[in-house]
Design a protein around this ligand. Structure first.
Ligand code: NDP
Length: 309
């Protein structure tokens, strides 16, 4: 029997137990799965950040930690974690993110708010939006989520640019990389989508200087992580030429009720719901990684602890 500890409060064991048992069985693995276990016996930990920082020192037989979340910024600095850490790449999570990004990008592109809020008897002729091909979209981060969003936007004919750390090519997307690639990616962008991980290198990647590069009236979508954006710079830009921001993630979550973002006429706050790991598809990824661990094969989606993602 392989001992697997489920260490996540939210999402919880009740949601995951049946999908995990089915996925382990389908993978031909005999697993002892439990939310409570003697640490000395645990071989794999399925982890959700809601459980807080774990001290892995007593986990003497541990082979890997399998995160249920894509973002692992709270785990990469855990020095008691000495075994491979794998993050979640789940096609349910990816599909959800594509839908959130497309929905908000199209809402801005089509100027839907003008008509949703303007049912006032005024016939606003001549307010047809430009075509998508006339809008530049910039996606910062072209990983599992960013590349799927970039390609979905490109499929609608948006002029899509992306920015990554290491050189990359992606069909339909003009890719930029490294420090020198950021300004060309952002310059004159009408819509910016942030799908970078939170690392020391990405903190406040969106600051006053970068916001000033965007097209007048541009829209910022942040489903990545709060620290990617300098909030004071964003509020200042919104007081000027920046058109709109949709923010799903924040430095402090839940976003305090008195935060200026809530009441800002150019900001929409969503409560970290852009996408979530889906139990059935995520369980298959977890089971595959346990199978790989037992077979001595490389894990899927192993985190580079030095890069921080
Ligand atoms: P990946 O690790 O697959 O992709 C990260 C991307 O960011 C890569 O393209 C990487 O570049 C790029 N990147 C990282 N650091 C830098 C840097 N310093 N400069 C330029 N590019 C950089 O992550 P995912 O796509 O799976 O997820 C992205 C983030 O989305 C997660 O970290 C998480 O924070 C957030 N998220 C938010 C959710 C929500 O509901 N709001 C749900 C799920 C995730 P390269 O390709 O060169 O490595």
């Amino acid at each position: 029997m392989i001992n697997v500890l489920f260490a996540s409060g939210s999402p919880g064991y009740d949601d995951y137990e049946a999908p995990l048992r089915a996925a382990f069985e389908a993978a031909g693995l005999a697993v002892n799965l439990s939310p409570e276990m003697d640490p000395a016996e645990v071989e794999y930990v399925i982890y959700g950040p809601s459980k807080g920082q774990l001290d892995f020192t007593p986990f003497k037989r541990l082979k890997a930690v399998l995160s249920l979340w894509a973002g692992v910024e709270t785990m990469v600095t855990n020095e008691t974690l000495q075994v491979p850490l794998c993050r979640m790449v789940d096609h349910g999570l990816t599909e959800g993110m594509v839908e959130w990004v497309m929905g908000h990008a199209l809402r801005f592109h089509l100027g839907m708010d003008t008509h949703l809020q303007g049912q006032d008897g005024i016939w606003r002729a001549g307010s047809a939006p430009p075509l998508a091909r006339e809008r530049k979209v910039c996606v910062l981060g072209l990983g599992a989520l960013g590349s799927a969003c970039a390609q979905a936007l490109a499929a609608l004919n948006f002029e899509v640019h992306g920015w990554v750390r290491l050189e990359k090519s992606l069909e339909g997307v003009t890719c930029h990389h490294g420090e020198s690639g950021l300004a060309p990616a952002l310059r004159a962008a009408d819509i910016v989508v942030l799908l970078l991980p939170a690392t020391p290198a990405t903190t406040h990647v969106i600051n006053a200087e970068r916001l000033a590069l965007l097209a007048p009236g541009a829209c910022l979508l942040n489903p990545g992580r709060g620290p990617l954006v300098d909030d004071d710079a964003l509020l200042a830009a919104l007081a000027g030429g920046l058109g709109h921001a949709v923010l799903d993630v924040f430095d402090v979550e839940p976003l305090p009720a008195d935060h200026p973002f809530w009441a800002h006429p150019k900001v929409v706050v969503t409560p970290h719901i852009a996408s979530e790991t889906r139990a059935v598809t995520a369980a298959q990824v977890v089971a595959e990684n346990v199978r790989r661990g037992e077979a001595g094969e490389p894990f899927l989606h192993q985190v580079d602890r030095d890069a921080g993602y």
